[in-house]
Design a protein around this ligand. Structure first.
Ligand code: F0G
Length: 351
């Protein structure tokens, strides 16, 4: 049977009434790709897999939670939803709202949302306002607007979002037949690490897996409130998706770390960009800079000898590299131009 989307595939694990209609773009069912060349490049001795969430309909993991949040909102009679976003949540909210035939209102930090994500929100017809402030302020404003105007918030403070996102952990366990030893991922507003941990724990309680992974979360150095144990008032990083100084699911992330025996640490922008390049070149997999924070963390811990030998490691790649063409092209040399002649092109190609 072909893939039916997160809600129909996992309905018995989701808190939706049986009669709630799924608003779906057939999200989920994303590939778990083995990554031997990346493992070799990072001197990782174990088995490395990449959960490629860029293969979701809007190019990020947000679709898993959005299908559940929008379906629940529509079942409750909503005719609009609202979110703050560093980009991907807004792209996903706009797409699923369009699918449902309802309005999406989006508040974003000005100049700090990657071009692809902004294009998506606009293409799907969301009403977008940017503020001269960061994501944390945008989320505060959205929360207040939602209260004043009785509109449902579809950020991960909406519990249906986390519920949907936990299904990625189910898919990994179903495919591996067990949980990995380590699960690496980037941390921004901290909903995703909270969701994965919920998913693994539920499968463990249901005896579908016999062990739990260590949750290994990575923030960017310039936006590392959980690592620093304090709110970062003016976060900054090249990984704009995780440019967050006061994560909504802070406590959930700490619980995931502590209960799993994992870590939440940080990596520099240089380490993120290096990992971004290594991933794209060794495996042909293009992920956005925030996704590379998890890979950078894996590289760092591997180099420090902090990972058990022969472990099974999963790293979630949260969003597609094409989301942020500005970063991609700024790192590359622009291609030289040749006259339209075989010899001239051959010379420049060096073949
Ligand atoms: N990676 C990407 C590509 C993201 O877009 C986000 C979050 C994260 C990682 C971090 O996940 O917040 O659950 O810890 N993006 C949100 C947004 C904040 O508005 O699109 P998290």
């Amino acid at each position: 049977m072909s893939w039916r989307g997160v809600i129909e595939e996992f309905r018995s694990h989701l808190p939706l009434d049986a009669n709630v209609e799924a608003i779906t773009l057939l999200e989920g069912g994303t590939p778990l790709i083995d990554a031997p060349r990346l493992a070799e490049a990072l001197s990782i001795s174990g088995k490395l897999y990449l959960k490629y969430e860029a293969a979701n309909p809007t190019g990020s993991f947000k679709d898993r939670g959005m299908t559940v949040a929008i379906s629940a909102a529509v079942a409750n009679g909503a005719d609009a939803v609202i979110c703050a976003s560093t980009g991907n949540t807004s792209a996903s909210a706009a797409a699923y709202a369009a699918r449902a035939g309802i309005n999406a209102f989006v508040v974003i930090p000005e100049g700090k949302v990657a071009l692809g994500k902004l294009s998506q929100a606009m293409a799907h017809g969301a009403t977008v306002v940017s503020i001269d402030g960061g994501f944390d302020e945008a989320l505060e404003i959205v929360t207040e607007l939602a209260r004043q105007c009785s509109i449902i918030v579809v950020n991960s403070i909406n519990p249906f979002r986390i519920q949907g996102q936990k299904t990625a952990a189910f898919e990994i366990c179903n495919e591996l037949g067990q949980a990995p030893d380590y699960h690496f991922l980037p941390v921004g507003n901290a909903g995703n690490i909270t969701a994965y941990w919920m998913g693994y724990q539920e499968y463990h309680k249901s005896k579908l897996i016999g062990s739990l992974p260590r949750m290994m979360g990575f923030q960017a150095d310039g936006a590392a409130p959980i690592v620093l144990h304090r709110i970062v008032p003016d976060p900054d990083t090249v990984a704009t998706a995780i440019r967050i100084g006061n994560p909504a699911s802070w406590k959930g992330a700490e619980r995931a770390r502590d209960e799993s025996g994992g870590v939440i640490e940080s990596v520099t922008d240089d380490e993120i960009l290096q990992a971004y390049g290594i991933l794209a070149r060794t495996e042909g997999i293009f992920a956005e800079p925030a996704s590379a924070a998890g890979i950078a963390g894996l590289k760092k811990l591997g180099e420090l000898g902090r990972l058990a030998a022969s472990a099974t490691i999963v790293c979630t790649l949260t969003g597609h590299g094409l989301k942020d063409p500005t970063t991609a092209t700024s790192l590359a040399v622009s291609p030289p131009t040749a006259p339209p002649k075989v010899e001239a092109v051959r010379e420049l190609l060096g073949i």
